[in-house]
Design a protein around this ligand. Structure first.
Ligand SMILES: Cc1ncc(COP(=O)(O)O)c(C=O)c1O
Length: 351
């Protein structure tokens, strides 16, 4: 038994596993609540879900066939304005990042990760046997350091999860111009923000922009992501990616239908942005360009979150985000009714 276990790679033993937001099942079991009473504001999902056209499309799929990603690629090209040769697909943006780290990272390589940020960058680094260099963000969460010389891959996130701030174009250009590293810019939340930096992909050979249909398009359960990258990198990606990009015929059909109804997506994004501003004013959190707010708590974040959980409201304790400390929580913007439930609990707790 012990000798078999010894075969586990050293890097796996070092991993701090990804801590996902809590789900309906866990909280309903733990507190004896009806899942229907639970308000889930811990995973940055879109409470409006996808366009109704998605459900119709899902009824027409042929599960006995392997997926055909061509139509999805075309739809993404039309949505992003980039040619299909510069677009790749994956099982969530997580899947895209897995393939990219498989392409670029070897044992002993260094990655650059401004903290706090999405923790999967660190996990992928360690899985590859590489080493993360953490760079603590400044007071307004801006990136303070340039990318050190030996870094192979840098992970930037804009709007940044969990802090909600964006990277400005001149800051990104400056980082790109002073490094040879592959720069992965995570734009998971870009539709909720004022601007995207994706057009820089055509200008820099080392820039790749990750995107997802999990957030603005309301398809988190479908696991569908994509990335915009220079043609040379897309060619390598196609060689290293799993068969069919690891998507399913259901996720491909859902993606095509969601991308055909941009009007629905824009309307749900507008509602979320309006609610974000209303919530932000009341709870006095940091400003955010994502669909979530980053809030400093007086008491320990663990205790603060627990008070909400007891009331059936799931918010995210930010302790697992390296560098976030013990006094921050993240609240996803929900529907007006969900936000009211959150605010009612917030007022009660603050009293
Ligand atoms: C910053 C960031 N990047 C990537 C992802 C993963 O996206 P996907 O659902 O497409 O795998 C998330 C999910 O919460 C995220 O917050």
């Amino acid at each position: 038994m012990s000798s078999s276990r010894q075969k586990v790679r050293e890097s796996i033993k070092q991993l701090r596993p990804y801590v996902a937001g809590k789900g309906f099942t866990e909280i309903s079991r733990r507190y004896g609540l009806d899942p229907k009473e639970i308000v889930k504001l811990g995973s940055n999902e879109n409470p409006y879900g996808p366009s109704p056209q998605v459900k119709e499309a899902l009824q027409r799929i042929s599960p006995e066939r392997y997926p055909e990603p061509e139509e999805l690629s075309e739809a993404l090209a039309s949505y992003t304005g980039l040619p299909e040769e510069m677009i790749v697909i994956g099982a969530g943006m997580d899947g895209v990042m897995e393939t990219l780290t498989r392409i670029f990272l070897e044992a002993g390589d260094l990655t650059f990760i401004p903290t706090p940020t999405f923790s999967y960058y660190e996990i992928l680094t360690i899985l590859a046997g590489a080493r993360p260099l953490f760079s603590p963000r400044g007071l307004d969460f801006q990136i303070q350091d340039t990318i050190p010389k030996d870094v192979k891959m840098a992970f930037l996130c804009s709007p940044n999860n969990p802090t909600g701030n964006v990277l400005k174009e001149d800051e990104l250009c400056q980082l790109l111009e002073t490094t040879d590293a592959i720069v992965f810019l995570d734009e998971a939340y870009v539709e909720f923000a004022e601007q995207s930096l994706a057009e820089l992909v055509g200008r820099y050979e080392n820039l790749v922009v990750g995107r997802t249909l999990s957030k603005a398009f309301g398809l988190a359960g479908m696991r569908l992501g994509y990335a915009l990258m220079p043609q040379w990198m897309a060619q390598e990606y196609r060689r290293a990616a799993p068969p069919f990009f690891a998507i399913s015929c259901a996720s491909a059909a859902a993606g095509v239908a969601a991308l055909a109804d941009l009007d629905y997506m824009h309307k749900s994004v507008d509602k979320i942005r309006m609610e974000r501003e209303r919530l932000q004013k009341e709870i006095k959190s940091h400003p955010s360009q994502g669909n979530f707010l980053y809030l400093k708590t007086e008491e320990a974040s663990e205790t603060f979150v627990e008070r909400f959980l007891q009331r059936g409201i799931i918010i995210r304790d930010c302790r697992p985000f390296r560098g976030a400390g013990e006094h921050h929580v993240r609240v996803t913007v929900g529907t007006p009714a969900e936000n009211e439930q959150f605010l009612a609990a917030y007022r009660e707790i603050q009293r």
